[in-house]
Design a protein around this ligand. Structure first.
Ligand code: HEC
Ligand code: HEC
Ligand code: HEC
Length: 436
């Protein structure tokens, strides 16, 4: 699992926090008692399992090839590396000795068991909205798991960034001090969806741009943001720049299965979010998420990023051959595509063998910056939603030079998106560095 965390800006945050560490107010103890509505026994554990999936705790708390929830995944920050801790109930290396109050405080306020502030790589700015019942259900689930003895490596954060108390200032600015509030006058499914998106799924942690202080800029909610090389696209209701023109069925397919006809596939950390989290949600919950997304105010984008649903080269291609005019010109990009890509993707945008390999209508082949295109070509994809078959694409970063990757990327944008792009070998080199 290669989970990405948006690190940029933590530096700025800490410097600013250090400059103005003026928020030294006493910590309020959050209530940690469940309401009378909370289920008990196995029903509670089952509810906790579902919520942990909806909040995608496993994504960050599992090292590549490691045991689920046993921690160890590295988050590279500009000033060192932090490691996600073990959150299995092991008493020595996990959270086995944590009380309900300890656990709820961590999720709602980003405070660890010893009272230390936690880094916002842990998305508690979103989990702060989670109900206490749901936080406790997640704890009950985690405590039902087999304890795993595994100590995450020690953090290597240098002074002064290792001074955790500095994050208090940030917390006071950007972490809500209340739980999720239903909006009056909104249909029930919109409120349910808002809770799933804001308090659990933390979609904004990737899809909302950040301000100078690394806080989410909610004036630009879901307008799109780049995190460690991947662009989490605009998912506002804008018809051109966002998902306003997608049908409910297309959105449901993308979220639950990781691809949608005429919109392409989810790769990178969105692919992981689908595999680990969204594909486990109930159909009504997926529909509720969609109902809420529809209410997010449209934010437009530059015209060149709009999806061209009908590029001319596609009309004259078959599944097995590009148009004669392209063959005659035979640029390096076409030769590359023929040898490295065509066997899975074909030429007419529909994909060969895998429906996930269909490229027509995908934002990735329409974004002339080639942000996600370069990442997927460099690092490939390896996904699987049960019942959907595996979706595997090899990584080409080792096999091909920056010149070749730039050429095939420009070709793909022209052929599948009708876009004029000018991706250079230097852009490919930068994309290699952007990934963790
Ligand atoms: C985007 C990545 C990410 C997600 C998602 C995430 N965490 Fe974490 N979590 C972290 C990181 C990184 C830390 C360590 C922060 C630090 O060291 O300051 C952490 C710390 C914690 C801690 C403190 C543990 C300790 O030993 O101090 C707990 C408890 C925790 N997470 C529980 C959860 C739960 C429960 C969920 C799901 C509801 C979750 N996390 C989701 C990244 C994540
Ligand atoms: C860890 C980061 C991350 C999280 C969390 C995340 N996304 Fe994404 N999302 C991305 C990235 C990156 C892409 C682009 C994927 C690609 O091009 O293959 C994306 C793509 C999408 C798209 C397709 C947009 C398009 O134009 O193709 C939708 C819809 C979407 N996300 C919805 C959501 C929703 C809803 C949530 C929360 C439930 C969510 N995402 C959570 C990173 C994230
Ligand atoms: C072995 C089959 C295979 C080969 C070879 C292959 N791909 Fe893919 N590709 C896939 C599959 C499957 C997906 C869907 C992955 C997913 O669901 O995340 C995909 C996804 C993509 C995407 C969409 C990613 C996104 O974020 O929207 C692009 C663009 C792409 N491939 C381009 C290429 C290019 C360019 C090449 C050649 C250099 C190539 N692929 C070679 C199978 C392949």
């Amino acid at each position: 699992m290669r989970r990405v965390f948006s690190a940029i800006g933590v530096l700025v945050v800490l410097v600013i926090a250090a400059a103005g560490a003026f928020f030294f107010l006493p910590e309020g103890e959050p209530a940690a008692a469940a309401s009378p509505k909370q289920p008990t026994g196995t029903a509670l554990i089952e509810r906790g399992r579902y919520l942990a999936q909806a909040a995608d705790c496993v994504a960050c708390h599992t090292a590549p090839g490691g045991q689920a929830y046993a921690g160890g995944l590295a988050f590279k920050l500009p000033f060192g590396t932090i490691y996600a801790p073990n959150i299995t109930p092991d008493k020595d290396t996990g959270i086995g000795t944590w009380t309900d109050a300890d656990f709820v405080r961590a999720l709602h306020s980003g405070v660890g068991k010893g009272g230390e502030m936690l880094y916002p790589a842990f998305p508690y700015a979103s989990y702060a909205l989670m109900s206490t019942d749901d936080a406790l259900a997640i704890k009950a689930y985690l405590f039902s798991l087999k304890p795993v003895k595994a100590k995450a490596p020690a953090n290597t954060i240098s002074f002064p960034y290792n001074q955790r108390y500095l994050m208090r200032a940030w917390r006071r600015l950007f972490v809500p001090d209340h739980r999720f509030r239903m909006r009056d006058g909104q249909p029930a499914d919109v409120n349910t969806g808002a809770y799933l998106v804001e308090a659990l799924g933390h979609c904004g942690e990737c899809h909302t741009p950040r301000n100078m202080l690394y806080g989410l800029d909610n004036g630009q909610k879901f307008a799109g943001a780049v995190t460690q090389g991947w662009k989490a696209y605009n998912i506002t209701s804008d018809k051109q720049a966002g998902i306003g023109a997608w049908s409910d069925d297309d959105l449901a397919s993308y979220l639950a299965k990781g691809y949608a006809a005429n919109h392409g596939a989810a790769a990178g950390n969105m692919g992981e979010a689908v595999d680990d989290s969204l594909s486990h949600l109930s159909k009504p919950d997926i529909r509720a998420i969609i109902a809420y997304l529809r209410t997010v105010r449209a934010k437009s984008a530059e015209a060149d990023e709009r999806v061209n649903p009908d590029p001319s080269a596609i009309k004259t291609s078959t599944a097995y051959a590009p148009p004669a005019s392209e063959v005659k010109a035979s640029p390096l990009g076409l030769t590359m595509f023929q040898s490295a890509c065509a066997s899975c993707h074909g030429w007419n945008g529909e994909g060969l063998e895998h429906p996930q390999a269909a490229l027509l209508g995908s934002r990735t082949v329409n974004d002339p910056h080639g942000t996600n295109l370069l990442q997927v070509v460099l690092y490939g994809a390896n996904r699987g939603v049960p019942g959907e078959g595996a979706a595997f694409m090899p990584a080409f970063g080792q096999a091909y030079s920056d010149v070749e990757i730039a050429a095939v990327s420009n070709y793909v944008l022209a052929h599948f998106g009708g876009k004029k792009s000018s991706i250079t070998p230097a852009d490919v080199a930068a994309a290699r560095k952007a990934a963790p």
